[in-house]
Ligand binder design. Structure first.
Ligand code: NCD
Length: 315
């Protein structure tokens, strides 16, 4: 199946070879994302972004990707400034956006909201995060970051740390890493373990998955540490949040014991889980990761809107 007109709701919507195609295309588009080469392959195309939850990187990198490829955007960045504040339903908003634009990107606090949006939209819908559900395009740029460092993902040992229960980025990422044959180590507070449904899929995939509560032991022979924010907004009980949020921080001294090519990743925003002194370490990859959002989303938007990826011209 080609990419043209496709919805991307779950990472499971993409096969291993389709993910490879996006990553290959994204590498070619890095000079366009940097602004050193030009392309206007998306001229005449309009992307609608409906963000019903806060966002910095996801929204702005989608907008940047579209604008750098000559396309245009319309955005609901703050639901309180739209008719959602008057009680309009998501389906009415989506139906209207799909009559204005050529594709939609939706972020919403409810799990399943993007799937619902895809059902009422006659234009392709991309899930940019649905509650504690999934965040498939974040996964694509996470994989791009690992691939840029290690070439092949097969055989890597990846530690997923922090809020594995509510963190949607790790729900998508763990499933994708299983396709690539990585080993996973899950390091979370006991109350924030990976949901059973994801755990089952990982177990069925045949990759090695272990749990490790002692971070020092987990990172010693690992290739990647993927840190997540404790998802405060999804806690019913803020006392419980306060208890667990103090318990998961990367101690910079751990970086003294890691492999030379080891990287620390984070989808960002970080709160306190990675102290700023890690930023200058050669192991810190999270700002490169945030940049790679642009070429990866360029590749995906080109494939969905035109069926192909541009070969960037000079200057
Ligand atoms: C993440 C998200 O929104 O799920 N951020 C992002 O998209 N880069 C992670 C988070 O909010 O903790």
């Amino acid at each position: 199946m080609g990419f043209l007109g496709r919805d991307i709701i779950s990472i499971g919507d993409l096969s291993r070879s389709e993910i490879d195609e996006v990553l290959r295309s994204a590498r070619r588009l890095i000079p366009v994302a940097e602004g050193s080469r030009r392309s206007d392959v998306l001229r005449g195309q309009l992307l609608a972004l409906g963000f019903f939850e806060p966002s910095t990187r996801t929204r702005l990198s989608f907008e940047t990707a579209m604008l750098r490829l000559g396309g245009q955007v319309i955005t609901i960045a703050d639901p309180l400034s739209s008719s959602v504040a008057k009680g309009e339903t998501l389906s009415d908003t989506v139906r209207m956006l799909s009559s204005y634009a050529d594709a939609l990107v939706i972020r919403h606090p409810n799990e399943g909201a993007s799937r619902l949006a895809a059902q009422v939209s006659d234009k392709p819908v991309i899930n940019a995060g649905d509650g504690a559900g999934q965040h498939p395009t974040q996964t694509l740029l996470d994989l791009a970051t690992m691939q840029e460092r290690f070439e092949t993902l097969h055989g890597l040992k990846v530690v997923l740390m922090g809020d594995l229960r509510y963190g949607r980025t790790v729900h998508s990422l763990a499933r994708a890493l299983a396709l690539f044959g990585t080993e996973l180590v899950l390091a979370s507070p006991p109350t924030l373990r990976m949901p059973e449904s994801v755990r089952r899929e990982l177990d069925q995939s045949g990759i090695r998955v272990t749990e490790e509560s002692e971070l020092g032991r987990a990172v010693r022979d690992a290739d990647v540490l993927y840190v997540t924010r404790i998802q405060k907004e999804r806690f019913g009980d803020l006392a419980e949040y306060a208890r667990v949020s103090a318990s998961y921080r990367l101690d910079p001294s751990l970086l003294g014991q890691v492999k030379p090519k080891f990287i620390v990743m984070h989808p960002l925003p970080r709160v306190a889980e990675i102290p700023p002194e890690v930023d200058s370490s050669p192991h810190a990859a999270y700002f490169r990761q945030a940049f790679l959002a642009v070429p990866v989303r360029m590749a995906l938007l080109s494939l969905i809107l035109t069926g192909k990826v541009p070969v960037p011209g000079r200057g």
